[in-house]
Every structure is written in C-alpha cells, then in structure tokens.
Write a protein that binds this ligand. Structure first.
Ligand SMILES: [Zn+2]
Length: 143
C-alpha cells in the first residue's frame, strides 16, 4: 500500500504551496501521518505532481541558451577559425604549411619565407608564382 493516500497528497500539495522544501515536508508528513516520508519520496512525488522546483528548492537544469544570432552574419565552423598569421616575410621554416607561400628571402640562413596565401595550387603566392615562372632576367631584377 502506498503511503501517498489522497489525504497525504492533499497535505503535501498544501505544504508545497506554502513554499516548504521536500527536506522540510518529509518530517512534517511523517509526524502528521505516522508513516515515514523521506526527502526522496517527497521529491519524487513533487516531480510526479509537476512541481519539481518547488519541493527541492533547486532550480531545474536548463541548457544554456544559444547566443542570439545576427541573421546578417554567416555561421563559421569552429575549426575554420583562422589562426593569427605572422607578417608576410617573417616566417621561419617551421612556420610553413600548406597555407603559406614558401618563397624564401635572403641568401644566407636563417631564411625567412613569404608566408602569404598560396595562389591556385602553387606553393607560392600570386606575386611569387609570377616570379617563379618569369624568365631568369626578370626574376633577378625583381627579387
Ligand atoms: Zn609569396
């Protein structure tokens, strides 16, 4: 037989309405009805009655709201976040990757590299692709 008789439920609702927590309601119910009501049973009953917040005194978990999006901005994947680049011409060999122009500057080590955005599948940027494929005389004048 359940401890939750219609009288117990009525009293429980009354205590909830008065703002008591499940922890406070349990001993009152135990005293009034001569049956042990635990805090857990009161929490469960409050939940089943649709009043979970009132009995526990705790707030129900709600996932955080997503920030309001400006419809004019476009969604960008987190992994697409650009990393800050060094200034063009200041990259060392360890800074080079598939997204940096590999045109070296200088004749003696340590070499610095262009680092600008590569052009159309070339390992060099637009400017250095033109230089790389220019006749030797033109290349010597422009570097
Ligand atoms: Zn370049």
């Amino acid at each position: 037989m359940s401890i939750w008789t219609p009288d117990a439920i009525t009293r429980f609702r009354q205590l909830l309405a008065e703002g008591h927590s499940a922890k406070n309601i349990a001993p009152i119910m135990t005293r009034d009805f001569g049956v042990e009501f635990t805090t857990g049973s009161c929490n469960g009953k409050a939940w089943r009655l649709g009043r979970p917040d009132s009995a526990t005194g705790a707030r129900r978990y709600r996932p955080p709201r997503s920030p309001r999006r400006n419809p004019d901005t476009h969604w960008i994947a987190p992994f697409a976040k650009p990393t800050p680049r060094k200034a063009v011409g200041t990259l060392g060999i360890m800074d080079l990757d598939s997204t940096t122009c590999r045109w070296p500057f200088g004749d003696d080590p340590p070499y610095l590299y262009c680092g600008d955005t590569p052009f159309d599948g070339s390992p060099y940027c637009r400017k250095h692709t033109k230089l790389a494929w220019a006749p030797y005389a033109v290349r010597e004048r422009r570097v």
